[in-house]
Write a protein that binds this ligand. Sequence first.
Ligand SMILES: *Cc1c(COP(=O)(O)O)cnc(C)c1O
Length: 373
Amino acid sequence: MSDRIKRIDLTRDFQAHKEEYMKAIQAVCEETAFSGGRFADQFDEELAAFVGTRYAAGVNNGTSALHLAMLALGVGPGDEVIVPANTYIATAWGVSYTGATPVFADCTPDTWEIDPASVERKITQKTKGIIGVHLYGQPFDFRAIREIADRHGLFVVEDCAQASNALYEGRQVGSLGELGCFSFYPGKNLYAFGEGGSVTTDNEEYFKHITRLKNQGCDVRYYHDEVGYNMRLEGVQGAVLSVSLKYLNEWTDRRIAIGQRYHREITNPLITMQVHPENTRPVYHLFVITVPDHEDFVRYMEEQNIECNMHYPVPCHLQKAYAHLGYQPGDCPNAEYLASHCVTLPLFPEMRDDEVERVVRACNEYKGAVKKP
Ligand SMILES: *Cc1c(COP(=O)(O)O)cnc(C)c1O
């Protein structure tokens, strides 16, 4: 029996750069700069320089990044913010935490990214803005979303949680909208040894407000100007992220090489892949395909000792948490199709060529579910 291929294996990165990571963590410990502090601040500067924004505010996770972005933009009770139906649920949480209502738009049938036509139909008097998600590492159609937003006086926030280092018309994601929200959850393209996130922006006012909110509502210690939160980035995470950021281009190149290989070599007509528009550089955070019977496909791959999973099996508008919003099956048909047919193949930078080959072969040898008599 051949070795198991995991969907993602973080131990290989740690083993490859162990000494460097441990040295960075030790430096934080020597200075006891544990919460915020020099190492977190330094990573903020490095990330802003990398993304090409004036500011980056490190926070404790990506969900907080989205929450603080909504607060900085003045979103609150009675407001609506349009988000895609097919995304990780946290995109919508940031809206809900403020007391506002997420309104779910469908995705396109080929890029699987937020559909500008669907967004346009969801705009009401209450709409404040749009959160686009660069889902699976594929930049969404920013130009079209920006144009709609400008016509209606709305903000555009980018959820970059899955797309660190992706490019849209040559620009880094996170530098396009009013605010960019990043997650450094383990397994994201750029990840911390725990939880982490960041909000990037060129706007000084937003940056200062987010910095105050994440820091218990104060600019000066023990003087609290508004009700704030404890959402600072930890020093250890900042130090680890500064090491990882140096490798991000290398990791991205490897992800792209594997992603392109899957596109070229997987030729099974039962398998459909995401379409990547030419004005973008996707970074293959997740390599998602659709098949007629995804449960059967995952079982089949498991028999080949290849771990796959599904991103995501239930679209946001049909989650129980949002049952009170009254959505029905059929409201976002493309997102629903994706949810009931998606499979995520193994893909991570340290995957070996022989493993990529095995995944390709298994995909091409898949015959489809046996029809029940
Ligand atoms: C991971 C993720 C988040 C949440 O980030 P956390 O750091 O886990 O809080 C938000 N949106 C998307 C699209 C994500 O993939």
